[in-house]
Design a protein around this ligand. Sequence first.
Ligand code: BGC
Length: 345
Amino acid sequence: MSVTKTLFDTMPDGREVYLYTIENNNGISAGIITRGATLQSFNCPDKEGKMGDIIMGFDKVADHIKSGTYTGNVIGQYANRLCNGKFTVNGTEYQVTQNEKGKTCLHGGGEYNSALWKAIIIDDCAVEFSYHSPDGCEGFPGNVDVTVVYSLNDHNELEINYEAVSDKDTILNFTNHAYFNLGIENGNVLDHELMLNCDYFTPTDADSIPTGEIRSVEGTAFDFRTPKKIGKDIKADDEQLIMCRGYDHNFCVNGEIGKLRTVAKVTDEKSGRKLEVMSDLPGVQLYTGNFIDGTETGKGGIVLNQHYGFCLETQFYPDTPNQPNFPQCTFKAGEKFKSTTIFKV
Ligand code: BGC
């Protein structure tokens, strides 16, 4: 087990961005950079033992900044969307940044993922990243102190532990926005087989805001309870898929909220790599890189085309504060937000 720290790049204003690489005794390694506490790489062997990076992303900080993909970033203060950028806490309505079509708030307006996080090495398998979000930043109430600990063990589990506390009652919803591709040398992820431990999903309107309905996946293109290729039904005649050009939806994870359970399992026959996702959160956004369009060049000079990565963003459901029938994510001043997501290869 080891953790190494190296200079990765610089921010546009000259501040240094560091890369922390955690390697386990099987030679598997995860790299995290301080800009956005971003999961930069996750190297694991294919069926022939050849190491490969399963994170779709960029080599340079400037490309991360330019891109609208949020790849590998930690997202806060509210991951996913808020309708009209509004919500109410204790009877006070808050207006936050409407950074999507001038209408919705997407991924907290981009604050946490653009920030330079502090990092400390905890031991030979874990690094803690921390960030202080000032009260009112992007319109969100509360001074929020958040820590995200990445650790890797010899079961090849990359564990991400989130903890946050605010000094005002507020909404909190964090995720990691990694795009995975278990064999990017072979192209897009449509042939990857996906299992989702989810009986229901939350359909959306044209702005990707949940309508409030919690719909059964039974008999729909959204049924991944038995493993199927991501691409199998992605072009189905379903208004939800047509609207989003593929999957870009929150699924409701089966099992008890607050308990770690399997969210998803993905296998790629071609590379022989696999990924399992576990989380204690209520939901997961399956996003199949629908809006990636070949205009960006990723790590190693690979042109990023549509569906070149899939995201499994563990989260509270989108727009939760405006949807009384969803599991709520308003936290009292001083109350600790705690959550764990594991990516196991
Ligand atoms: C959203 C997508 C968006 C992507 C990148 C995902 O979490 O659901 O709609 O295109 O993030 O911004």
